[in-house]
Design a protein around this ligand. Sequence first.
Ligand code: ASP
Length: 344
Amino acid sequence: MNFLKFILVLFVIYIDSISFAQEPQELKDKYVLVIHGGAGTISKSTLTPELEKEYKDALKEALKCGQNILDTGGLAITAVEAAVKYMEDSPLFNAGKGSVFNHEGYNEMDACIMNGKDLTCGAVAGVTNLKNPIEGARLVKDSSKYVFLYGDGAQEFCLSKGAAYADSSYFFTDFRWKQYQKALEKDTIILDHDTTSLNYNYKALEELEKFGTVGAVALDRYGNLAAATSTGGLTNKEFNRIGDSPIVGAGTYASNRSCAVSCTGKGEFFIRETVARDIAARMEFGNQDLTESGEKTMARLEKKGGSGGFISVDKRGNYIMMFNTKGMYRGVVTNDKKTSVKIY
Ligand code: ASP
């Protein structure tokens, strides 16, 4: 009896390892790319029609960058990096170029990328002069023996591997500087996503809080999943604070066994609830589908007071874009070439 049980366990492990490790050979038609540019107190009344158009155009362009790769048979990991890179280069989002200022008045950025095919991943945190932190994360994944590098060392490593350098003046945007001055004056941190959790009058700040962390998840034509997230974190953050975005399982996660996830919101809550991994684990071990898994994870997050959102795509190409804030910059494109971008 025990021997039979042992054989059965071996068989299950064998089947599981084949389905996980084997790269599907066939180039299929189906692919999906989903992106976000942060969630928060974003409503029609706080965005001018011109700005709304700028956001939507930027989201469409970011989708195009990733879609070109997926459409021609490129990998999910390449597509999510390209989409995030585009948003990092835009001053509209709180990542790369548009990153917020920390308490000392400079930019500290975090990013993470993960390949669902083999669970390889790379992350950087607290980098100050990498033009594209997501490029740094990719270099850590591909060219280091580590998963997560921090601060000066992270930067030194990435630059030595060819990452693009940017002087601190590159990250200066007038808008972000004003936001920082406001936060200093009020002695608070500012989360792009949820002005309602701050205990002072936000009216003036609302105008200033329209930007957010960026992320992308994709399913490629080989059936592989990948996720990437990049952020400047919170305005006026202190003591080298690191959020959820670069933490595997908190703000970013991908596994071909289940799904790929990128989150946005107040990082402390997402870290405690390991939001990205929870969504995946509910599918992997709990037999839940992506929607149920997302809804249950969101409910738990909300119960603990967390606000924000996440995007996810599963191995069958189902996808979700969930948030409990007023809005989330988001978009999706699939192999039928239909692109959709939304804010509210
Ligand atoms: N999750 C990010 C952080 O806590 C912030 C964001 O999503 O805007 O650093």
